[in-house]
Design a protein. Structure first.
Ligand code: ZN
Length: 369
């Protein structure tokens, strides 16, 4: 019997080029109105014992070809527990081999975070004592841009994720952050709510998330290149969040992402902004050092190159908020691969590690304030 493959569901993305027995040749659909592609998520219907041999082709032209060497695909039978598959990469083709243990196997670039789970997250957090829900606006396809607010302190903290929708680890991070901040028993949560007002946007790009995009919204726009001039036509998701930030002011901000190529957790800052203040940069560096001391999952050796003085790209949120509000703002990047320094061959970087990293980030912020 020939296997069948389907991706017609929330965040599904795969094109079946050909099927033969337990083998398939596949490719990835580009983000709508864009050339970006890298995210995949599909279901294989098979029989237990099938020797699956799946080739995802055409990846030399993907958004981040360096993301494939050393990468292993994620899979799940129950859509709760995700593990890594035997995966190899050669000349633009990713080959996944696995002996099926059941009739249905889900395979994805990283453990997905569905829009239904997003609504579950918003619903459970919004019910918690002291949490206010705000809808900041709507996406191009009319989905809400959800924001949760909590805390009584004067320090304005913005946490936001999934500008790049394929970086699903970013919303797992958010789940960890919200678990901590809404737990009445958590000492850091209590302390932070006393010091800060939190504004939390767990998903900046619901349209791209549902469509199975890597990097863009419904109009093919990369939201993290719109912050200097967001518009209702191209990037209402950024416009509504930036307007709310202008109302509250921003003291600290974290923009949560995943990186395709680098096998490590790292931060990117704002050192190239025109108005850089020494104390602003010192706070960023102190946070970075404190986070490295707080969790062995974080490091400072691997990361992006710093931009030269005055050469920051102000279309990105981190630099725009640092320039616009004098904020200590940062981009946190988690790996799609694994953490090179602390590898886990079974799960690689995972939802649980993303959630724990959020806790470490918030504990660090609490110590800094
Ligand atoms: Zn990103």
């Amino acid at each position: 019997m020939t296997i069948s493959i389907n991706a017609a569901f929330d965040s599904g993305n795969i094109v079946v080029e050909s099927l033969a027995g337990t083998s398939a040749r596949l490719s990835i659909r580009k983000d709508r109105e864009s050339d970006f592609f890298q995210w995949f998520h599909f279901r294989v219907a098979c029989a237990a014992g099938d020797a699956l041999d799946l080739a995802i082709t055409g990846l030399a032209d993907s958004a981040y070809p360096d993301g494939w060497p050393g990468y292993a695909a994620c899979a799940s039978y129950d859509r709760e527990h995700w593990f890594r598959l035997d995966t190899s990469y050669d000349a633009g083709t990713l080959t996944i081999r696995h002996t099926a243990e059941g009739p249905l196997l889900w395979i994805a670039y990283f453990a997905p975070y569905s829009m239904e789970r997003h609504h579950d997250l918003i619903a459970s957090a919004a019910e918690c004592e002291g949490v206010a829900y705000r809808c900041l606006g709507t996406s191009l396809e009319g989905q809400p841009i959800d924001c949760l607010e909590m805390g009584e302190g004067p320090v304005q903290v913005w946490l936001y994720a999934r500008q790049h929708p394929g970086e699903s680890m970013a919303e797992w991070w958010m789940e960890g952050a919200l678990d901590m901040l809404t737990d009445p028993a958590d000492p850091h949560g209590r302390s932070l709510r006393r010091k800060c007002r939190f504004h939390i946007v767990p998903n900046m790009n619901p349209d791209g998330s549902r469509r199975g995009h890597l990097r863009t919204n419904h109009a093919g726009v990369n939201l993290n290149r719109e912050w200097h001039a967001p518009s209702a036509e191209r990037s209402p998701e950024v416009l509504c969040v930036r307007n709310a930030m202008d109302e509250s002011g921003v003291d600290w901000a974290m923009d949560v992402h995943g990186d395709e190529a680098i096998p490590a957790v790292f931060l990117a800052g704002f050192e190239g902004i025109p108005s850089l203040k020494p104390e602003q940069q010192e706070k960023f560096l102190a946070f970075q050092a404190a986070l490295a001391a707080a969790t062995p999952d974080f490091q400072t050796e691997l990361g992006y190159e710093s931009s030269a003085p005055g050469q920051a790209n102000l279309s990105m949120s981190t630099t725009q908020l640092a320039e616009r509000h004098g904020a200590v703002s940062m981009t946190i990047e988690m790996p799609f691969k694994d953490n090179r320094d602390l590898p886990d061959p079974v799960q690689g970087w995972s939802p649980d590690r993303s959630k724990l990293l959020a806790r470490a980030c918030l504990e660090t912020l609490d110590r800094m304030l």
